[in-house]
Design a protein around this ligand. Structure first.
Ligand code: SF4
Length: 138
């Protein structure tokens, strides 16, 4: 994994403490909050590898509420990161991209301008309409 962290603070003993900045407030839908935690945990694992120090926790900072939410980097989160990495490796090996979700999480996604999930959804709808356009049974 590679990436650029928003902020990395350092404890007095040199232990890194990742802080990930997010849009919105701390009151996010559970499945979106879980993605934020997974990203933070991935940063923690990278920082552990870089520094050789155990990273036990980090924080998500929400821009709208200007509040931090402390996140423990648990074994379950670490396993989730490993699972996500394995999933991405499989996609890369197979040379395919997952389809866009075009859902609630897209609204706050930093990739939405590049990904354009609504355009693809509209394209799929057009293909479906075209399939039935000249079908007299429809
Ligand atoms: S905008 Fe694209 S990359 Fe972002 S969440 Fe939606 S489908 Fe995924």
């Amino acid at each position: 994994m590679i990436g650029k962290a928003d902020v990395v603070e350092f404890e007095p003993d040199g232990t890194p403490y990742p802080v990930e900045y997010k849009h919105g407030t701390r009151r996010k839908a559970g499945f979106i909050a879980a993605c934020d935690e997974l990203q933070l945990a991935a940063q923690a694992l990278c920082l552990e590898e870089m520094t050789g120090r155990h990273v036990a926790e980090g924080a998500l900072f929400y821009a709208s509420s200007k509040r931090r939410r402390i996140v423990a980097i648990t074994p379950a989160l670490r396993a989730g990161v490993e699972q996500a990495v394995a999933g991405v490796r499989t996609l890369l090996a197979e040379g395919r991209l997952p389809p866009p979700v075009n859902g609630e999480r897209c609204r706050a996604c930093s990739l939405v301008d590049l990904c354009q999930p609504q355009a693809l959804a509209a394209h799929d709808a057009q293909i479906e309409l075209r399939r039935h356009l000249f079908d007299p049974e429809d």
